[in-house]
Design a protein around this ligand. Structure first.
Ligand code: FMN
Length: 285
């Protein structure tokens, strides 16, 4: 399930999913039970948009630095005790998701949202402990969320491996962050990039598999399972990313929006035995 926010002001817009109240649990449980009834697993992505919250009256952020351009507003720099309260909001959201029955949790530490804002030297100019160590907020969120999860439930962390804005961090910084996050309890990394602001010099080309090299570098540096994402909907390309051990899993986003039967079509294209063709449809294949 898409970015699901831990606080009303953590939504990108008021149209986002939220999980900031126990009253949300039954609605999530209905979706999750429906998915489980068909034999599938389902995870949830837990997040806070920080300074990218467009509809919040006053968005919050590590530092009072505005995301460039409309519709973004000047954010309030969280006090140290407010930062600690947000860590608690992530933990509460994780508890609710577990109670609703999810199989996995993903923390959104990418695309310029709050966790990413803390880990970037462009957006975190704090002088307290959350600024001296750019991984600290993410580490505390991971530790707090882990306490709410069963021991065998995977915690995935989505990370922007490089920033595109001029002066932004590079893959070496992302690897250092990932090491701290892995030590704090992350089981797998979902490797994306950018989102912190308008692109400068370092924007990867818009080619199939453009983020796979980042996934491979984090996998090799940490010996950790990674999910590769980004224009991988050609089944042969997705298969080669797995087969050549660039990544352990692939994520397909827009390809699945265009074709909800993507998994079935990929299984047929790759001549896999593990097709999930509904029994009444078999004659169509
Ligand atoms: C309509 C739409 C909604 C998205 N929502 C999310 C989201 O909630 N969380 C997230 O991490 N990425 C989100 N993304 C980004 C995708 O997860 C993915 O990283 C991106 O689309 C590149 O993969 P693709 O080439 O397979 O589409 C979204 C993308 C689209 C097109």
């Amino acid at each position: 399930m898409e970015m699901t926010d831990v606080h009303p002001d953590g939504r990108i817009t008021d149209g986002d999913l939220g999980i900031w109240s126990d009253e949300h649990i039954p609605a999530f449980a209905r979706i999750i039970d429906g998915v489980h009834a068909h034999g599938a697993k389902i995870g949830i992505q837990i997040a806070h948009a920080g300074r990218k919250a467009e509809d919040a009256a006053v968005p919050v952020a590590p530092s009072a630095i505005q995301f460039p351009g409309a519709p973004y507003k000047m954010p309030h720099a969280l006090t140290t005790s407010e930062v600690q309260a947000v860590v608690g909001q992530f933990a509460d959201a994780a508890r609710r998701a577990v109670q609703a029955g999810v199989d996995a949790l993903e923390l959104h530490g990418a695309h310029g949202y709050l966790i990413h804002q803390f880990q970037s030297p462009l957006t975190n100019k704090r002088e307290d402990e959350y600024g001296q160590d750019l991984a600290r907020f993410g580490v505390e969120v991971i530790q707090a969320v882990k306490k709410e999860m069963p021991a065998d439930m995977p915690l995935i962390f989505r990370i922007s491996a490089v920033e595109y804005a001029d002066g932004g961090y590079d893959i070496d910084h992302a690897i250092e962050l990932s090491k701290a996050y892995q030590a704090a309890g992350v089981d797998a990394f979902h490797v994306s990039s950018g989102g912190e602001g308008p692109a400068g010099q370092r924007k990867p080309g818009n080619y199939p598999g453009y983020q796979v090299p980042f996934a491979r570098q984090i996998r090799e540096a940490l010996q950790v399972p990674v999910i590769a994402v980004g224009m991988l909907e050609d089944p042969a390309l997705a298969q080669s990313v797995i087969g050549n051990e660039d990544a352990d899993l692939v994520a397909i986003a827009r390809g699945m929006l265009r074709d909800p039967y993507w998994a079935t079509h990929a299984a047929v294209a790759l001549k896999s035995n593990h097709t999930s063709i509904p029994q009444p449809y078999i004659r169509a294949y």
